[in-house]
Design a protein around this ligand. Sequence first.
Ligand SMILES: [Zn+2]
Length: 252
Amino acid sequence: MNFFSPDTLELHNEDDQLEQQTALSYLKIQKDGDHWLVSETDDDGVAHPYHASLDGCDCEYFTTYHQPCRHMYRAAMKEGLFKVVRTRRSDKLIADFTKGYAEGWKFIVRPSNWQDLDILYTPRRKSKQVSYVWTQGKCYSFTSGSVFYDTMDAYTMPWGEALRHITCSLQIKESFPTEIVPQVSLENGILTNRTHYEYSIVKFDLYRPDAPKEHECLAGHYICHQDKFVELLKSGAFVDLEGNRHNFFEEV
Ligand SMILES: [Zn+2]
C-alpha cells in the first residue's frame, strides 16, 4: 500500500503521525535498489540504517504499527510526495530597540520582553559556519505579572513624579502560551506539513492615575489574544476577545 497518495491525508494528521514528521532533515538518505536506505544517527554518533519505501520499512515503528515511520516520510520527501514547510524567522526585529525600548510604540517594551515577543538568539548556518543572531518569530506569549507603562519616566523618575507623566499602564493577570500547531494538507497535490500559530488569551487590567495624580487606579479588565496584545503595546489600540475595539489613548 502506498501511504502517500492524496487520499491518505487524514492519516498524516493523526498525532502519532505528526510526531513522525519532525526533524526529518537530520536523516541521511540514499538509493538502494528499489528501496531507500535511510540512516538515523543516535546520540553516540552510531548510524542505524533502515530500508524504507512508500509502502513500508524494516524499523520497529513500522513493523509494530504498520503506519508510516520517519524513514518513510524521508523517502516520500525525496520522491516529491511529501513536504515540510517552516516559516523562516526574520532577521528584522518587530521594532527598533537601539534606544533600549521599542521606538514609536505606545507602551514601553524593552529587551527584557524579547522572549515574550518571540525575539530569540538563534543559530544561522552560512556555508557550514554557524553563527548566532537575534531573530523575530510570531509566537507571541506574554506571561502573567508583566507590567507595561506608556512612558520611560515610569522607570527613570521617582514614582511620585512619574505618576504625573503616566497616561495608563497594563498589568497581565493571567495568560496562556501560544501554540505552534502542525497540519498536513494537500498543496498542488503534495502532502504538505505546515505550522500555524494558535494565539491563546491574555487577561489584563488597565490602570490610570487618579485626578490629583497621586495613585494609580484600576480602570478596567480586558481579555484579548496574544497577537492583539502586541498590537495594543504598539498602537495603544486593540480588538478584544468579543471583537470590540478599544483605544486607551482616545478614551482619556
Ligand atoms: Zn522506519
